[in-house]
Write a protein that binds this ligand. Structure first.
Ligand code: ADP
Length: 525
């Protein structure tokens, strides 16, 4: 039996489905268990994934169809869960927060509306993936790079709205977004910023417009359905070099961070450099059972064996420098000088001409080429490998990074997991991404992985850190940690929610924001 909307009887829901089919066509309303499985969260750490089951999926093809779907949803108070591609894995996939919601999948709206090579931007619909835009640019010989998320099949709109990131200098996707078209719950279509000028000519060029600016309120929220999004693209550089700095000791994390920060701040290194732990690095090349057959976390002595055998660091700094060849070499010399001061540091360099393509997945991501190699991580544990991510923001200091790492590593060990993580460098902060990789065939391990996420988040919160993104199961928990002045920020979000969506039809519970009609569900999983 599929889940059904919690506020509708079976008879009424059957009528709703018929009406939805008359809007989008019967083949674009999915109801069979088989089709709904694609939208189930494959990584749900709950022993039962049923908490986040959808009742149906609707796939509109146009803004006009979305408006009709919204009209029905308002009439029946039907909860909709908009997704662009639904591959938000590790945070919920295509599954809704409120069980029985209807997923509104926008993947049929997949036009690349415009690419401007001169002004270096694209305007895309929600169904456009990183692979799609990359292929489009390549086929037409456009000298622009897209910045892919770790998983290249992701939707550009979906990833950007979740504040996902990539690995080139345009790695902060939200920061490189410019201009949106959004349909509100009442069916009104708005364009943000300069797009509010009819036949506007600067929509994708200047973010703010005149008056208040709204793009970011549609990120990680449930205030509207984004139907178009502008993205700045990076001019293809003359040349680039990708560096891998291998640091031998666990304690080297602190020095790695201290060395990287000034290079980021003065823009010697402009890309989203990564400081990756040994196990995450090793997972790209091997499986856990190649190294260790025991239960519990890998002993440090085994990690040392892995680093020696694979010739990698205990910590691995990956960065890239892009531009005119002479400038690349000068900046590289600067960065090399800084890292070579660290005892035992070894630096491997790969130099590329403008249009050369690296072979390995991680290097391809730094060269604006989407890949799916990130999923190798799931082979690390064997069985049905799944992961769920703990993603706290860390100040860009060695002390903080070492602190977050040590606390997380000890907690993971307590629950029987390896520290499988790394730090992606912003300018003043690091995204600390810690994956708990578990075998979903093992009920006890799955339950431990689920419990662990709250414990990790509590540990972080007690030291003043918060997560930037989290799984459906912990959205309320994360939101409750942002508690300044009795949670005034969340109260404001819910005031906005009630004003824009009084019927509470759009993504109830997303990011901990519940519309009035569903507020009693807060905290329920
Ligand atoms: P991806 O496939 O790139 O991982 P998703 O399509 O799964 O991204 O989107 C991630 C999340 O972002 C969704 O769960 C949803 O909450 C939100 N989202 C995605 N697309 C839209 C959209 N067009 N409008 C509003 N919210 C969206």
């Amino acid at each position: 039996m599929n889940a059904s909307p919690p506020n509708l009887s079976a008879v009424v829901f059957a009528r709703v489905l018929r009406e939805l089919a008359s809007v989008v066509g019967a083949s674009n309303v999915l109801t069979t268990a088989d089709r709904l499985r694609e939208y189930a969260d494959p990584f749900t750490p709950q022993p039962s994934a049923r908490s986040f089951e959808a009742s149906a999926v609707v796939l509109p093809a146009t803004v006009v169809e979305i408006r009709e779907v919204l009209k029905l949803a308002r009439a029946y108070r039907l909860a909709l869960w908009p997704v662009s591609g639904g591959r938000n894995f590790a945070y919920g996939g295509g599954a809704p927060r409120l069980r029985g919601s209807v997923v509104l999948d926008l993947k049929r709206m997949n036009r690349i509306i415009e690419v401007d090579e001169t002004l270096a931007y694209a305007l895309v619909e929600p169904g456009v993936t990183y692979f799609d835009l990359y292929a489009h640019l390549r086929e037409r010989g456009v000298k622009l790079w897209v910045d892919p998320a770790a998983a290249g099949w992701g939707s550009i709109v979906g990833n950007t709205l979740e504040r996902g990131f990539g690995y080139t200098p345009y790695g902060d996707h939200a920061a490189h977004q410019c201009g949106m078209e959004v349909m509100l719950a009442n069916g009104e279509l708005i364009r943000t910023g300069m797009g509010a000028i009819e036949i506007g000519r600067t929509w994708q060029l200047y973010k703010a417009g005149f008056g208040p600016s709204y793009d970011t309120i549609f990120m990680q929220s449930n205030f509207g359905i984004v139907t178009k999004l502008g993205m700045w693209l990076m001019p293809r550089p003359d040349a680039y070099v990708i560096a891998h700095v291998k640091l031998p000791r666990e304690a080297d994390l602190e020095a790695a961070v201290e060395t990287l920060r000034p290079l980021k701040l003065d823009e010697t290194i402009r890309n989203h450099a990564v400081i990756e732990g040994a196990i995450r690095h090793a997972a790209g090349q091997s499986a856990r059972r190649d190294w260790y057959g025991g239960k519990g976390p890998l002993p440090d002595s085994v990690v040392d064996q892995i680093t020696a055998r694979l010739d990698i660091g205990r910590w691995n700094v990956h960065f890239a420098i892009y531009g005119e060849r002479g400038i690349v070499e000068a900046q590289l010399a600067n960065a090399q000088r800084a890292f070579s001061r660290l005892p035992g540091a070894r630096i491997e360099l790969h130099r590329y001409a403008s249009d050369a393509e690296p072979v390995g997945g991680a290097e391809r991501n730094m060269a604006g080429i989407p890949s799916l190699s990130a999923f190798r991580m799931l082979d690390w544990v064997g069985g049905t490998g799944m992961h769920v991510d703990f993603s706290p923001i860390c100040p860009f200091t060695g002390r903080d990074a070492m602190r977050q790492y040590s606390v997380a590593k000890a907690r993971l060990a307590e629950y029987g997991f390896d520290y499988y993580g790394g730090f992606t460098a912003g300018t003043r902060h690091l995204h600390h991404i810690v994956a708990t990789i578990f075998n979903r065939d093992d009920a006890k391990e799955t339950e431990a992985a689920a419990d662990l996420q709250r414990v990790l988040m509590s540990d972080a919160r007690s030291e003043g850190y918060g997560v930037y993104r989290t799984h459906l199961a912990t959205m309320d928990f994360a939101a409750s940690q942002y508690d300044f002045n009795d949670g005034a920020l969340l109260k404001m979000s819910e005031t906005i929610k009630d004003a824009l969506d009084p019927d509470g039809i759009l993504a109830p519970g997303k990011s901990g924001i519940w519309p009035r009609a569903w507020r009693g569900r807060r905290g329920s999983v």
